[in-house]
Ligand binder design. Structure first.
Ligand code: FAD
Length: 380
């Protein structure tokens, strides 16, 4: 088997891996993009709430809020055909047990210079449950359209070779290069050998599994099996509501799909793993090769995924609406959500890129928010 020399190998074909591959290819590099599944973009980059973060969501993490705001304009400008700009977005502060209060939230918005207008009356909401309601400016990206856009761009780029259904089986440093042996995910046959001076690990939930394969350190993570429910409402169309800041929830348009996504801090996350690898009891019974802590799979397709909590989420969120507002649950997607352990302090979601090996180079890219894809440009 021939060893192929490439300028960089990107592991993980979600939005961060695709963007990193395109960015490097744009600089003239020959890139191999290695994806474990049969298709790109099937995990967190598809199954998320599609909030184009403007900062509002993080009143306890000014750093995350500022980072969201920093990249929002560029992301929006470069992806405008995939962004829903035309809905009304409200943020509410729960009357009981919020970690923030109206004064703090207004000061925070002022500090970040993001618009928030206090609303005292509205026929669709129940003000008995809300301490305050604000009209804000926030958009929603369309993960399905983004997926098509990035799949097409990487597939058509002559500088990028995409290796799907492929995992790195062995990684050995050899002077300034990594020697990589790859394996077919299902068949376990050897696919190819790659030689490269730069590896970017953009595998999100599998970050530490891949770091370990290269003999490098973990970054401290927790993982949650998370559900995004998709709902509709005749009364609450083209609108979104997020209730802050604590175990509350959010309903907002899922991009341009016409559906609303529903999530709740209390019920979206079904199982939690404090292990640095995503280790869940649903992986155990058959030691299924499609999903192991070292190689997490696609939860939506999995027969052992948890039962939906959509009903509980709806019950919780209903309290913030007038009786006339009705919602209908259509279906749910599931995936693993990974977070830095430090995010427990301030609920922050920074995107962190660490150079874990200097020679040969390995960058570990752990993604916080979708619109921070540009962070890669600061580092690599
Ligand atoms: C429930 C939920 C809600 C969220 N809501 C929002 C939101 O509203 N707004 C926002 O901006 N962000 C949100 N996020 C965060 C955002 O979705 C993620 O930060 C982002 O999608 C991560 O992108 P990624 O490319 O790093 O990861 P992924 O999209 O998960 O891609 C990683 C890829 O690596 C592949 N892979 C894994 N292991 C290997 C291996 N060994 N070899 C090869 N390939 C491998 C996977 O198959 C996958 O394709 C949310 C996340 C979740 C889970």
């Amino acid at each position: 088997m021939q060893t192929e020399h490439v300028d960089a190998v990107v592991i993980g074909g979600g939005i961060f891996g695709c963007y990193a591959a395109l960015y490097l290819a744009g600089k003239g590099a020959r890139v191999a993009l290695v994806e474990k599944e049969a298709q790109l973009f099937q995990k967190a980059s598809l199954v998320n709430q599609a909030r184009l973060h403007g900062g509002y969501h993080y009143p306890r993490s000014v750093a995350t809020a500022a980072l969201s705001d920093e990249h929002k304009e560029r992301f929006t400008a470069e992806h405008k055909q995939f962004v829903n700009f035309s809905f009304e977005k409200y943020y509410a502060i729960d009357r009981f047990g919020s970690f923030t209060d109206p004064q703090q939230f207004e000061r925070f918005c002022q500090h970040l210079n993001i618009p928030c207008e206090r609303i005292r009356e509205h026929p669709l909401f129940n003000f008995h449950r809300m301490e305050a309601l604000y009209k804000t400016t926030e958009y929603s990206f369309d993960p399905v359209l983004l997926r098509e856009h990035y799949r097409t761009r990487v597939e058509q780029n002559p500088h990028i070779a995409i290796l799907k259904n492929t995992q790195i089986q062995r990684a050995t440093p050899d002077g300034a290069n990594w020697l990589l042996e790859t394996q077919h995910t299902q068949l376990k046959t050897q696919n190819s050998k790659l030689k490269t001076p730069i590896v970017i690990n953009a595998t999100y939930a599998a970050t530490n599994a891949v770091n370990r394969l290269f003999g490098l350190r973990d970054i401290d993570l927790t993982h949650e099996i998370s559900e995004i429910a998709f709902i509709t409402s005749a009364q609450f169309q083209d609108k979104g509501l997020t209730v802050m800041d604590g175990p509350f929830g959010s309903i907002m348009p899922y991009g341009l799909s016409g559906l609303l996504s529903l999530s709740s801090v209390a019920y979206t996350h079904h199982k939690i793993s404090y292990d640095n690898l995503p280790r869940f009891d649903c992986q155990e019974p058959e030691n299924d090769p499609r999903c192991r802590p070292e190689a997490p799979g696609i939860c939506t397709e999995c027969p052992r995924r948890p039962d939906s909590n959509a009903y509980k989420m709806l019950q919780q969120m209903r309290q913030y609406f007038a009786d006339s507002v009705r919602f209908e649950h259509l279906f749910s997607y599931f995936t693993i959500k990974s977070k830095l352990k430090t995010s427990y302090i301030d609920d922050g979601r920074p995107t962190e890129i660490a150079l874990l090996s200097e020679r040969p180079k390995l960058y570990c890219l752990f993604a916080g928010k979708v619109n921070s894809i540009y962070e890669i440009e600061k580092i690599v």
